[in-house]
Design a protein around this ligand. Structure first.
Ligand code: FEO
Length: 401
């Protein structure tokens, strides 16, 4: 780990976890991840913003020493999760004069998780400031990006915003800055889908609050930093909005190819209708890819055979994930095949999407007994007509853009 200068007096230390495959034993990682910490030196005081994930603590302390950090006044903790705060106890031991600066919710979580002594904290509220001499931090509470404790720290004179999870990307890269915006776009969208999407409404409020700040640089806790903040701010504004794209996601499993035939017919007809379509065979699928596809999509069609009085378990998991991630999806349907008792497939999936029922219109399911016949394909055609008609306003908007 090395310290790299962003501007004089502000260094970035990035713990590169190149090969991590799973985050929180839940989120699949496509490109590893990073844990970013920042050294901010003022004329009188020095602060760290975030620390790193515990397995990197020894390297981190060494890098701090190599960066010439002989005295530390503050550790600013924007979020209590261990990937950012896990090295705080070691930092406090190495720098006995340092105190942790954070909000009350984060302080309590840090005490619970790591037993840090209460007198090592300075507790801040919305709008409070912390002077380093010629540099000043100002703190803004941004709960639920990603836990209820999250906040952001604005360095007033440098117009630099430290955001921890907010605006991050799980992307291990030697690039300190998001120079390759196409690459960062993909990683940031996936990260948004997996981590941030359930908190869309909170994000909108936070974006509104941040729009009042003059931000020249965003320094997140994961992935490359943003020297052009509008890049990620505009993306978040779009992703968190209610504006969906005329896109149909089709998560499916097929056991005897009956469902596959139905999915293929559906996909062809939807494409003829001018819609963007993305089927996902869920067997062995990368769920992060499915989540990312849900960020903009207007429509989701689950396709499943009946298995043991319900949908295939992989489709159940996809429906559960969709419900939990709370995408902006507006239309949903179920198709599939069964040997006996077909309604269990559509009923169970509709139940699993109960969290979306106030925003989603469900079209009638198309369920075939065994191999789909001509009437079944006509039923899919009728479903496609409904989906295309429902998406007309979005198609018109896309054509006008
Ligand atoms: Fe990167 Fe919520 O921790």
């Amino acid at each position: 780990m090395i310290a790299r200068q962003i501007v004089p007096g502000i260094d970035s230390l990035v713990a590169l976890d190149w090969d991590r495959k799973l985050f929180d034993e839940l989120v699949p990682l496509h490109d590893g991840t990073t844990y970013n910490s920042y050294i901010v030196r003022g004329s009188e005081k020095t602060a760290l913003v975030e620390t790193v994930y515990p397995p990197f603590t020894a390297d981190y302390l060494k890098a701090l020493r190599q960066a010439g950090l002989t005295r530390l006044d503050y550790v600013i903790a924007n979020h209590a999760e261990q990937d950012h705060s896990g090295s705080i106890p070691a930092v406090l031991a190495a720098y006995p004069e340092a105190r942790v600066v954070t909000n009350a919710r984060c302080r309590d979580l840090l005490i619970d998780a790591m037993g840090i002594a209460a007198d090592r904290f300075i507790t801040v509220k919305e709008g409070d400031t912390l002077s380093l001499g010629n540099r000043t931090f100002q703190f803004y509470l941004t709960p639920w990006v990603h836990w209820p404790d999250t906040m952001v720290s604005y360095l007033v004179e440098d117009k630099m915003l430290f955001t921890c999870d907010f605006f991050g990307s799980h992307l291990a890269s030697s690039d300190l800055l998001a120079a390759d915006e196409a690459r960062v776009y993909t990683a940031a969208k996936r990260y948004y889908a997996e981590i941030m999407m359930p908190f869309r409404m909170h994000i909108r409020k936070h974006l509104d609050k941040l729009s009042k700040l003059d931000i020249a640089f965003i320094a997140p806790g994961h992935g490359p930093a943003y020297p052009r903040p509008a890049f990620i701010l505009d993306l978040y504004a779009r992703w968190a909005s209610d504006e969906a794209a005329p896109e149909v996601i089709v998560p499916y499993v097929s056991m005897y190819e009956n469902t596959t035939h139905m999915v293929n017919h559906l996909v062809d007809r939807l494409m003829e209708g001018g819609l963007s379509v993305r089927p996902f065979d869920l067997v062995g699928a990368d769920t992060g890819q499915v989540a990312a596809a849900l960020v903009d999509a207007s429509t989701v069609v689950f396709a499943s055979p009946a298995v043991l009085a319900g949908p295939h378990p992989d489709v159940v998991a996809a429906a559960y994930l969709t419900n939990a991630l709370k995408p902006k999806v507006k239309f949903a349907a179920v198709i599939g095949s069964y040997g006996w008792g077909g309604n269990v497939v559509s009923n169970r999936i509709a139940e699993m999407l109960s969290g979306l029922k106030n925003q989603v219109t469900f079209f009638d399911p198309v369920l075939t007994k065994g191999k789909p016949n001509e009437d079944d394909f006509k039923a899919i055609d009728r479903l496609v007509d409904e989906i295309v008609t429902a998406n007309q306003p979005m198609l018109a908007t896309a054509a006008a853009d």
